[in-house]
Ligand binder design. Sequence first.
Ligand code: FAD
Length: 357
Amino acid sequence: MREQQIVGAGLSGMVAAMNLAREGYQVTVRERRQTIGGLTNLPGLEGRIINIGDGSPIDLERMKAYTGIDFAPVAVPLKSCRNHVYGRQFDLTFYEGVPTYLVERGPRPTSIDVYLYELALAQGVQFSFGDTVSDFESLPPDTIIATGLFGESWSELEVPHLPVYGYLAMGEIDEEDAKVVIYFDEYTRDYAFYSQVNGCRGACLFSRGKPLGVEVKDRFRNQLADNEGIEFDHWDAVSIGALPVATWRNPRLFAKNYILSGTLSGSMDPFLLFGVHGALVSGKIAALAVRDHQAGLQEFKRVNKYYLQGYLIALAYQKMPLWLLQRITWTGIRNYPWLAPLMKTRVFKMLPGFARI
Ligand SMILES: Cc1cc2nc3c(=O)[nH]c(=O)nc-3n(C[C@H](O)[C@H](O)[C@H](O)COP(=O)(O)OP(=O)(O)OC[C@H]3O[C@@H](n4cnc5c(N)ncnc54)[C@H](O)[C@@H]3O)c2cc1C
């Protein structure tokens, strides 16, 4: 039986593992955490678990056909969201052509992480927990590296990246409904959001490339409390990790002798930074690349075709004067009802694979 190592038991690592196990590989996934979705030990978050809802557009039927995995049991539909855009509030009902979901991340039985883990175990995948890979040179060629935003792999594998910083708050809520509130404000050229799903809730304010002053956290915290009545006991200043948005050539399937997968491979849209969709799709592509480098590379390029477009939009957004940015964003969001059909063909096609699987 052929053996295959995968580093990282996150979304892309587990999709890759299952696809290879189905084809008869003996797969071992090496994971730094002690349990699935457990303690991350991110700088600033020692001793805390990231248990939060990640939002993403996903076409569940096409994703199932592509990866061979049915995500419906852990994808909670999200029909609308509230946006606070430079001081103005807009409630949007999502365009039905772009089905949107929240997936819970973390160690609870309702999370996507635990769901994938159990499916992978049932398919014979082996896991080695508490197993931090730091000596990449010792890995066999074609090992899949799927270490996400976390850790040292970016520098070790010489993958260009931008650090991402933020403030994070998490807790529980006595409410099952899924909900998202997003803030675009002058304190970050990215955004801040609150999400709740399956009774867990979290808020995250982040910024690519630049650490944020503590006054920014206080401002967001007050906005959430004043506008939405949402409060948390505790906020952490976190170094969230690395993002594949440092250059227009970021996406790459191979580095040194290894196959990359998930966010590390650049399978993230560079503008809104949705990482879930690309991670699921790229897990499948990494498995394909184990069998056939050329076929994998071809598929990787096809799926990431719109990266450059997203990169340039993100660059313009980061550099634009604030007054212009505010006007463009307000106008766009006010005209959302008739712009919505363009979301599928223009905006979300930048998500790796969204319009192409
Ligand atoms: C707070 C937060 C909120 C987010 N919100 C959203 C959202 O709303 N929508 C969205 O689309 N995306 C969101 N993301 C991004 C999304 O979570 C990631 O892009 C996605 O999980 C990437 O999947 P992956 O498979 O590449 O990595 P992950 O799912 O992160 O898995 C990587 C795994 O590798 C392990 N690992 C790392 N280094 C090593 C090592 N050296 N040795 C062994 N194991 C290692 C990690 O412990 C982890 O289990 C968010 C991220 C964060 C942190």
